[in-house]
Design a protein around this ligand. Structure first.
Ligand SMILES: [Zn+2]
Length: 139
């Protein structure tokens, strides 16, 4: 279901709780909402009002993916940049890594399974932005 974006900084600043396999509906809402937005590359559950660590993002081929409980494990090649956010008006200065290793859970057969993945470039930046949202950190 397409949801309204939450811009309330009090809500967005709160660290999110661990997601479980029961949050599959939230993941679907994220995918639906992300698909409905123009020029959006990623969305975290708290941006649609659910304080759980679930995120959706589009890869470089515009294919949607969901991650449950993403954690940054390793970052290489830090650089400074400015980033915009769907639920924030101004751009912010941030330090990001060009290459990252992320641990997360994936939903398969109704259960969460731990996964790891490497990202680089634009997708790496997007994923770091999402992990910050899960921590309640606004760029
Ligand atoms: Zn954002």
């Amino acid at each position: 279901m397409i949801k309204e974006l939450v811009k309330d900084e009090t809500l967005l600043s709160k660290p999110c709780e661990e997601a479980t396999a029961d949050d599959a509906d939230v993941a679907q809402d994220l995918l639906d909402t992300l698909a409905s937005l123009e020029d959006a590359a990623c969305l975290a559950a708290n941006q649609i009002g659910v304080a759980k660590r679930v995120v959706a993002y589009l890869d470089e081929d515009d294919q949607p993916h969901v991650m449950y409980n993403p954690v940054l494990k390793l970052g290489l090649d830090a650089f400074k940049t400015t980033e915009g956010c769907l639920t924030r008006d101004e751009e912010s200065k941030v330090t990001r890594f060009d290459r990252i290793k992320v641990a997360y859970d994936e939903l398969a057969d109704g259960e969460l399974r731990p996964c790891k993945r490497d990202f680089s470039g634009w997708t790496a930046q997007t994923v770091q932005h999402m992990i910050d949202h899960c921590k309640g950190k606004l760029v």
